[in-house]
Ligand binder design. Sequence first.
Ligand code: UT7
Length: 354
Amino acid sequence: MTSALIYSRITGTGSYLPTNKLSNADLATLLAKDGIETSDEWIVERTGIRNRHFAAADQSASDLALPACVSALQAAGKVAGDVDLIICATSTPDMVFPSTAAILQHKLGQFYEQKSTIDGMESAQNATKSIADKSIAGCPAFDVQAVCSGFVYALTVADAMIKTGAAKCALVVGTEVFSRILDFKDRTTCVLFGDGAGAVVLEASSEPGLLASELHADGKHVGVLCTPGTVSGGQILGDPTLKMDGQAVFKLAVGVLADVARSVLAKAGKTEADIDWLIPHQANIRIMLGTAKKLKLPESKVIVTVADHGNTSAASIPLALDHGVRSGQIKKGETLMLEGVGGGFTWGAVLLEL
Ligand code: UT7
């Protein structure tokens, strides 16, 4: 008799950063052309960011998500046809509609059907391994919008769907092209963000898996971090670039991150000492290490990738997770605390065993 599949478990991770990499010095030179002053020293000292990657003009959020998903599928030993759910966390979708997840589903289908190569990965190799005769077309696919908490939200929704039996093999992806919504005349925001994508394959399992999670939002803080412009009748109304009161976001973030982590630990019957790795949203090294300190975790237990890609919003947690796994830092069986915070104001955390 087979045991019931009541848990969800990450079986593969992947990520992608666009090839166009800008150092702080590169960005400072670019901004100086418009008389805007910034420096490598200021950015590193205040944020820990050293580089960011910007998508090419013809690359959209779904284009960045595609190689991240293929990489995660390869790691899980799966192909597109095995996937029965796609949830995409993004605040910079390809279109107002349809969802980036639906567009990604089609691109994944095409990639595997045409047995093509992307970013050095061949779909043909994988296609022979698994259930290649099934199509990804038809599976549910939708976006989740919770800004920088988006991946934690998406993972929690996918976990719930797997636990109800609605899905067995989900692709959960965070993908962003924040370079498209930056105001390059505002040095307080444009130096902070970058583009990228990260993905996981989440499968039904008889063993945990995701142990506990918690999500929050408080809409009264909408003004501290927003992109207020809207599209109406084919016209952009208002300002479509990102606005942030950095200090207000900083204070809100520091206030909630340790609390939500503790609450999730309590739900799972665990303590801070059980955390092998803290994988926070990669926005500012000071917030990340401040949270670790509150949780009595040494810096050596925090996965830090913010230096290499800046704040990639919903993509930052799966990017850091994939880096941790592929670099050999994170090992199978270890306990991970993922936590995000961002516009909305939203925040949340997921505790899982890899
Ligand atoms: O993804 C969602 C989560 N988002 C975050 O977590 C962001 C949270 N906030 C932060 O990370 C920080 O508040 C920032 C990195 C945005 C700013 O750091 P800060 O230590 O709070 O700096 P500040 O805003 O107090 O600015 C200090 C000074 C100001 O000059 P004065 O008024 O002291 O003369 C700014 O004008 O730094 C100046 N400044 C800059 N200088 C050089 C602001 N931006 C820059 C810049 N280069 N890019």
